[in-house]
Structures are given as C-alpha cells and as structure tokens.
Design a protein around this ligand. Structure first.
Ligand code: COI
Length: 338
C-alpha cells in the first residue's frame, strides 16, 4: 500500500489485502464464504466459465467522503442486477443480504486501499463463475463467487476530456433477447475487437447501434448513453440489449429532482443525436463523461464545441457530490461503512 501513487491512479488492477470467496452448487443456497488473502485461483481447464463463458459480474465503488467516512453507493441495485444476471446465466441466485454483506466485508477489510478524497475510488468487482468441469454445453454443477477490489482513478486515460466516439456498423454489442441486459462476461468479450479497432484509429470508444434495425442508439462500450435536447434528458430505452445502469438511473433521478430536466427513455436515431445540445455517457467506471465528437461513415460530428455541456457538468457535480457527501443525499443512496 505504501507503494501506491495516489496522485496517478489509472483504471488498473492493484493487488490488495484480501478477496471474498464462496461456493454454491446447483440447487443449493449461497450462505457461507469469507475472506482469503488476495491471490491467484486454481481452476479446471474444463470449468464452465472457461469453455462456455458461464459467468457474470457487477461493478460498484466505495467512496471516501468529506466527512472522512467510506460509503457504498446504491449497492442494493447491484445486488438486484446480480440476481437478474445470474438467473439468465443459469447460475444460482444469491439473495440481496448475502451479496451486500459480502461486499461490505471485503471493502472493510481493504479499507486502507480506498484512495484519499479527490484521488480516486475503490472499485469493487463481484464476479461469479461456473467453476466445475463440463465438456457438453450445459450449466455446470458448482459455482464460485468472488469479490476483489482495486483503487482506481479515471477510466479514460486523459481524465475528463470529452470522448471521441466511433460508430461502426460492422458490429453489434448485443441482441435483444440475448444477454445484453445481463452483466454477462461474454458481452464484454464481444466488444473487444471493435474497441481495439476504434482505438487504433484514435477514438476512445465505440457507439453501438441496435442489432435489429441498425438504427437506434444502444450503448457506448460498457456505458449508457444520454443526450440533452430542449430541456429533456433522453436515453435509449431498455429494449433487452441495454444494461440497466445504476448511474443511468441515478442521473435520471437527479435530472428530474434537482435540474427540472425531463428524463425520457426512447428509441433515438443518429439524426437526433447529432441535433442534440449535449451528449454524455454514464457508468460506475466512467461516472458521467462528456462526449465531444462522433464519427460515422459520413465524417466527424462535433458536439458542444468539444466541451463539457452545462447540464452534463451539473449532473456530474451533483452525482459526485452525493457520493463524496458534499451534496446532501436526499435520495437515501449511501450505505456508510466507516
Ligand atoms: C462499470 O461501469 O462498473 C462497468 O461494469 C464497466 C466495466 C466493464 C469497466
């Protein structure tokens, strides 16, 4: 821990003191588990997760606040989403209390790794895999749930610079009725090739269109997308292939309650996107990150003069303010730990 350079945290894995682990068989209940020293794990080469991608995860953060406390943010929503994802992946579901207690235990044991105020956050990664062997395609018998944590800084290398996105019609992220609305590990492997291609061309991320009509906006890499137009906050509606983000929901609630912006979930076309006043994306990892330009086959469309828009900045300030206890948590979103 002494070696951590708090002033230069990126979004990287930093080994910490401990991690949580529990196992459960098909038809049983998640009930035990505990902390073990952070380290490598042993798996059969035939483990369900390694062969058929039977795994899903969550992402949440612990924040150090101005009151010198450490808080979790809306962890109940992560617990609910984990239940939805595990059901879809035929993994035994865990109840909310088991999930939340495991996250609390892991963060408390690694509390010294929560970065100082304004230096970053502790990213928390609960993940569950099918770990017993299978050669035929089927849900395996045994599952392992782990939680590891890592102190992190900004997700994108240059911090708060507005993103330059690329629309690439050669790829989709996920299909409706597939697993796009679950936090399944396979969704993220599907995004690696388009992401690598976009990055090699100088873009930050890929903006995906829907798999059915190739017309409506979906997600930005691993983040949800928003636009602001004439006092309305508009985001792609959840059509089965979009993840129901915790930050997505929080931003909609803040917009309505604090900024008198109407939150609307809709099918959004590229034309509407290019005509909008501000564009940004949201996620636990990316928080609220402005979008400065979008490139498609016709060229580059600049947005908000490449700067962070006024509403985007306000939404971010309020969200981050609540997470740091600089702004009163009127919504009851914080789970104080210490
Ligand atoms: C998050 O925002 O926490 C995510 O899950 C994105 C992650 C894939 C980096």
């Amino acid at each position: 821990m002494d070696q951590i350079d708090w002033d230069n945290l990126g979004f990287n894995v930093v080994e910490t003191k401990s991690m949580f682990t529990a196992t459960c068989k098909q038809g049983e209940t998640w009930q035990k588990g505990g902390l073990v020293p952070y380290g490598k794990i042993e798996l059969s080469p035939a483990a369900g997760v390694l062969n058929y991608g039977q795994g899903c995860f969550e992402g949440t953060k612990a924040f150090r606040t101005v009151n010198n406390r450490v808080v979790l943010f809306r962890i109940d929503l992560n617990a609910k989403r984990m239940a939805i994802s595990t059901k879809r992946l035929c993994i035994p579901q865990m109840d909310t209390t088991f999930f939340i207690n495991a996250v609390k235990e892991t963060v408390l044991d690694n509390i010294d790794y929560v970065p100082p105020l304004n230096k970053g956050t502790l990213y928390v990664r609960p993940i569950v895999w099918g770990t017993s062997p299978a050669i035929g395609v089927k849900p395996v018998e045994e599952y392992t749930f782990m939680i590891f944590v890592s102190p992190v800084g900004p997700y994108f290398k240059d911090g708060v610079r507005p993103l330059n996105l690329k629309i690439n019609k050669d790829y989709h992220r996920a299909a409706p009725k597939g697993i796009g609305n679950a936090k399944a590990i396979g969704n993220y492997s599907a995004s690696l090739y388009p992401l690598t291609e976009a990055k090699s061309e100088g873009y930050d991320e890929v903006l995906y269109l829907d798999a059915k009509d190739d017309t409506f906006l979906e997600e930005v890499g691993s983040a949800n997308l928003f636009l602001i137009k004439d006092g309305k906050l508009i985001t792609p509606k959840l059509r089965g292939s979009i993840l129901d983000g915790v930050t997505r929901d929080s931003v909609m609630k803040i917009a309505k309650a604090k900024l008198e912006l109407d939150p609307i979930e809709a099918d959004i076309t590229l034309k509407e996107l290019y005509n909008s006043d501000e564009v940004f994306c949201t996620g636990t990892a990316v928080s609220v990150t402005p979008v400065g330009s979008i490139a498609d086959e016709d060229g580059v469309h600049s947005l908000s003069d490449g700067k962070i828009g006024l509403y985007t900045r306000k939404l971010k300030e309020i969200l981050v303010g609540i997470q740091r206890e600089e702004v009163k948590d009127d919504f009851g979103w914080l789970f104080p730990l210490k």
